[in-house]
Design a protein around this ligand. Structure first.
Ligand code: DUC
Ligand code: ZN
Ligand code: ZN
Length: 468
């Protein structure tokens, strides 16, 4: 069935122009002005932008973490109404299990038949005592999983790895086109500071930020960059939250290290004061890295606009306040880390970036869709509006004005981290592979419609190096 979207303004990572888009089946088959077609459905997009469907390369659906689980893939309609048509979810490695079995388990138990978005998975390297773990990288890449994640943070938990493990993983990864991603915080120092704060009776949510100050992130980021240099391998730093960590990435890249970075909406618009909200409400904002002093926000926007950081992922973690965040009432170290946000990525970038002049539309589209598609091996099938690509399209109404609220959210959790924030513009219609899945802010698709995306090995990212 053909669909013609007429009179819209297409925005890509490099251009903005008025054009029609013809969709046939799951693909974009023509782009041009005055397309004359006998399409069954014609949509007038005059006054609207057409953005590529967003790619959120950082989600945690159904993640067992800190003694509880995040909301599952049945809540992915939240992504769709927020203009995100694909996610790349992090797959934990249960103790003793191979990476490939961990991936199969996550797909079977958490995803298949449930997801509303197209999806892929990053493999989390956790239990390195499993024999032949690094030998799995090649088969994983062949199976369309060309990314691993390693945590320098979370000392004393199954997530944490040491420097030698990161270095060895980087060496093994580069040979097979695998890209290593790193959560860069100094786990030793965080653990020490946590113990000191708790011993001093400083147990409230706001001490979460004191236990992991910017220096623990900046130090681990610089160290990860050095290990990547030593291993002569590319590295991708997730959720960069502060100016100093961003500068560590920029400096290393200027010195020739193939290092890239992501930031997240929470670090662009929320700050450390949220953690001090009264009545334990600060727990809603406990995520790691921690929220920072507001002075970090403009440098992060500037880094995005200049391409010093390349992508924006949500780091979506759907924990309820009641029953889950409350697990840390006695002390902040018991609060499950993470904020929900898969629905809000486009709204925050457009309202607080584009509308304030901090981010160009092209850079927004790049960070929201195109750059993640390139880094993570989904381009050109996904990530742009391009003939032959999947018809993942957001018809964006810039005239819409509203507020973000838990009352209208599809996150499936009992609070919004952005409650009351303005929303200027919104995804009016969202197409996933040619099917209308959101209309007027409502989900009109089906759970189970999302498909697995087999991704290509790392390499295309080299074409999108922006500044050295
Ligand atoms: N940070 C979070 O805030 N939540 C989940 C994992 C992480 O690294
Ligand atoms: Zn992380
Ligand atoms: Zn994360």
């Amino acid at each position: 069935m053909a669909i013609l979207i007429k009179n819209g303004t297409i925005v890509t990572a490099s251009e903005e122009y008025k054009s029609d888009v013809l969709i046939d089946g799951e693909k974009i088959v023509a782009i041009g002005t005055g397309l004359d077609s006998r399409a069954e459905t014609i949509i007038d997009a005059a006054g609207k932008y057409l953005f590529p469907g967003g790619i959120d390369a950082h989600s945690h659906f159904d993640l067992p973490f800190m003694g509880t689980n995040t909301a599952g893939f049945d809540t992915t309609p939240a992504a769709i109404v927020g203009g995100t048509t694909s996610v790349i979810d992090f797959t934990p490695q249960p103790a003793g299990m191979s990476l490939q079995d961990s991936i199969a388990k996550h797909r079977e138990e958490a995803i298949e038949g449930k997801t509303a978005v197209d999806y892929s998975l990053h493999s989390m390297v956790m239990d390195t005592s499993v024999p032949g773990l690094f030998d799995e990288f090649g088969p994983l890449v062949k199976a369309g999983i060309p990314t691993i994640k390693l945590f320098l943070a979370y000392k004393g938990t199954p997530f944490n790895v040491d420097d030698a493990t990161l270095y060895s993983a980087l060496e093994a990864a580069k040979d097979v086109g695998m890209l290593a991603m790193t959560h860069a915080e100094n786990g030793d120092i965080v653990s020490l500071l946590q113990q000191k704060l708790i011993a001093a009776g400083k147990t409230e949510p706001r001490y979460h930020a004191e236990s992991r100050p910017p220096i623990v992130e900046a130090e681990a980021t610089a160290r990860a960059a050095s290990l990547a240099k030593a291993a002569d391998a590319p590295i991708f730093i997730v959720h960069v939250s502060c100016e100093d960590a961003m500068l560590a990435i920029r400096t290393a890249r200027q010195q020739g290290v193939d290092i890239f970075g992501e930031t997240c909406p929470q670090y662009l618009v929320l700050d450390v004061d949220y953690l001090a909200k009264p009545g334990f409400e600060g727990a809603k904002y406990v995520c790691s890295p921690a929220l920072r002093d507001k002075s970090n926000q403009d440098p992060l926007w500037r880094a995005l606009d200049n391409g010093w950081l390349q992508t924006v992922g949500s780091d979506h973690c759907g924990f309820n306040f009641k029953g889950q965040k409350e697990m840390g009432r006695e002390q902040f170290t018991g609060i499950p880390n993470g904020t929900p946000g898969v629905e809000n990525r486009l709204a925050i970038l457009y309202t607080y970036g584009v509308m304030t002049g901090k981010l160009s539309l092209q850079r927004m589209v790049d960070a929201f869709a195109t750059a993640p598609a390139k880094f993570f091996g989904m381009y050109p099938r996904k990530g742009s509006i391009i003939v032959g690509g999947d018809a993942d399209i957001v018809v964006f109404d810039p005239a819409y004005e509203g507020k973000i609220s838990v009352a209208t959210s599809l996150h499936g959790v009992d609070y919004s981290a952005y409650e009351g924030f303005d929303e200027k513009g919104r995804a009016d219609k969202v197409f996933l592979r040619g099917t209308l899945v959101a209309d007027g802010g409502k989900f009109v698709g089906q759970l189970g419609q999302g498909k697995f995306i087999k991704r290509q090995p790392f390499g295309l990212a080299y074409q999108s190096r922006m500044s050295r």
